[in-house]
Design a protein around this ligand. Structure first.
Ligand SMILES: Cc1cc2nc3c(=O)[nH]c(=O)nc-3n(C[C@H](O)[C@H](O)[C@H](O)COP(=O)(O)OP(=O)(O)OC[C@H]3O[C@@H](n4cnc5c(N)ncnc54)[C@H](O)[C@@H]3O)c2cc1C
Length: 491
């Protein structure tokens, strides 16, 4: 079977490598995988923060952790730290999960407790490790292994590059040319694509990884999109890279900083050679020039000569990611703003799902596509609700953007009833579908309690905090090196 992947960004190369590993493995390859990309169209170049699933994906691909981290100038990510999403507040969304159901009663006593210990500091060790700038693993621990779930920050262009080299060395064919024409048959399936070099490529399955251009699924096949601009106001990002030879921060943070701003929020990500900064904002409330000025001002005079990139996006999802013999993965399929680093996760999920579904595709094509569409729509909806939650629970109303973003009209219908319920009682498993994959009860707790969307917290008991993780935290602090030390000794 021939699979043609068009596009060589993170989506293209993650998909190509996962499919090659899963479908071809060590056996004689029975799936011919070709990746075609246009050298004159650069990849989007953002997508620097990941979630822990990336470790499993890289293991599937077979790449050693050190090779990956060195090749992408990667650092660790333990938590996302949210600053100013409520006036003056700060809280973490960590990757470690409290033990269930053992700690359920501790959550109840935390809610009843008069002590003001924040929820993240009461239940997450990674939140403490982040305060102390610690790596989530000791030097010499096995590749991708730790007591804690952890993720990375990475350079997106470097990721595509090392995955390209890795894949080509393992049999993926790599062609460089622009797709100019797409031939479509009477049945609506793609017959072939032709390039500006005059070559014609034909395949059994076409994977559209052409980013926002959506050259196959959108331009050629015209598959419609569902849009969500009413609920997601941000539609622009201003981005900047600050190299350490220009300005080195005091320490390399093992977490993503997500700071609320007057017309959106900013990210601050530390790699090993530079920081990646971005201001995600709404064009209805801020112009490109204003965003750039604000981004530079928040950083300081050393940024005067640095280039600022401007990205436009919309929050949308293809109605049918898999249509006929074409499946869209990555930005061509849909996009939700990067607040919870879900973009790469959705690509990883798509690639793994395709790896499982493609072998049965010829025997049951329409059922395979329908099932895939159901899975990816479910995941998109899950992420959509969770990102919406961050805005609509905010008590900020200091700017027109925040008034609009936290207004009732911005609440997703799929979230509205539960938000009301969570005013009256804490979230529980009952409130989530059984197949939630990325963000379920524990993630919601961190956001809802961090944002103080818990008026039922009764402060009735002075028993204090009966989930004392302090001795565990001390043990970990004694054992784990600083983030920089781990990077220096390992990479
Ligand atoms: C502002 C912003 C911040 C983000 N931050 C994060 C984050 O922190 N974490 C995260 O997980 N995700 C993040 N994302 C999402 C992430 O960047 C993307 O999911 C990821 O980079 C995948 O991009 P892609 O490969 O689909 O598209 P691209 O990187 O745009 O690649 C498109 C490819 O298609 C090729 N192409 C296009 N047209 C043609 C043609 N006609 N012929 C041949 N080839 C063609 C191009 O050459 C290129 O190789 C962010 C996105 C944005 C917009």
């Amino acid at each position: 079977m021939r699979i043609l992947i068009v596009g060589g960004g993170s989506a293209g190369w993650i998909t190509a490598n996962v499919l090659n590993a899963v479908l071809n493995g060590d056996a004689t390859p029975s799936f011919e995988i070709t990746l075609l990309e246009a050298p004159e169209i650069p990849i989007i170049g953002v997508g620097e923060a990941t979630v822990p699933s990336i470790r499993r994906t890289l293991q599937t691909i077979g790449m050693p952790e050190r090779e990956f981290m060195k090749g992408c100038e990667a650092t660790f990510k333990n938590v996302i730290r949210f600053v100013d999403w409520n006036p003056g507040a700060q809280y973490d969304h960590p990757f470690d999960r409290r033990q269930r159901p053992e700690t359920d009663s501790q959550v109840r006593s935390w809610l009843a407790s008069a002590a003001q210990a924040p929820f993240d500091k009461t239940f997450s060790i990674l939140s403490h490790l982040s305060d102390h700038n610690r790596a989530p693993k000791a030097v010499g621990w096995p590749d991708y292994g730790s007591t804690f779930p952890y993720a990375y920050h990475l350079d997106a262009a470097m990721l595509a590059n090392i995955l390209a080299n890795w894949g080509v060395a393992r049999g993926i064919k790599h062609k460089k040319a622009l797709v100019r024409d797409v031939e479509i048959g009477k049945d609506g399936n793609i017959i072939a694509v032709t390039t500006d070099a005059g070559d014609r490529y034909s395949a059994d399955l076409y994977v559209d990884c052409t980013g926002f251009r959506a050259r196959l699924i959108g331009e050629a096949l015209g598959v419609s999109k569902r849009q969500y601009e009413k609920n997601f106001l941000c539609d622009r990002a201003a981005t900047m890279r600050v190299p350490y030879d220009l300005h080195r921060p005091e320490r390399l943070r093992p977490y993503t900083l997500a700071t609320a701003k007057p017309a959106g929020w900013s990210w601050d990500i530390n790699l090993t050679s530079r920081r990646g900064l971005g201001y995600v904002y709404s064009s209805a409330f801020l112009s490109e020039d204003e965003a750039e000025t604000e981004l530079r001002a928040s950083e300081g005079a050393h940024t005067d000569k640095l280039e600022v990139g401007h990205i436009r996006f919309e929050t949308s999802k293809r109605a049918k990611s898999w249509t006929g013999n074409c499946v869209a993965v990555g930005l061509s399929d849909g996009f939700l703003e990067p607040l919870e680093s879900s973009g790469l996760y959705m690509i990883e999920f798509a690639a793994q799902a395709l790896g499982e579904l493609i072998p049965g595709y010829r025997l049951a094509p329409s059922q395979t596509a329908a099932h895939y569409n159901c899975l990816t729509q479910g995941l998109f909806d899950e992420v959509k609700d969770f990102i919406n939650l961050h805005y609509v629970t905010s008590l900020r109303c200091d700017t027109p953007f925040w008034k609009a973003a936290s207004d009732q009209s911005a609440v997703l219908d799929s979230l509205r009833d539960r938000l009301e319920l969570w005013r009256t009682r804490p979230p529980s498993d009952l409130d989530f579908a059984l197949n939630q994959r990325l963000f379920s009860l524990e993630s919601y707790e961190y956001i809802l309690f961090g944002m103080e969307h818990c008026v039922y917290r009764n402060h009735a008991s002075d028993a204090g905090n009966d989930n004392d993780i302090s001795s565990l935290v001390d043990k970990c602090l004694a054992k784990l090196p600083s983030h920089e030390e781990w990077l220096r000794l390992t990479l």
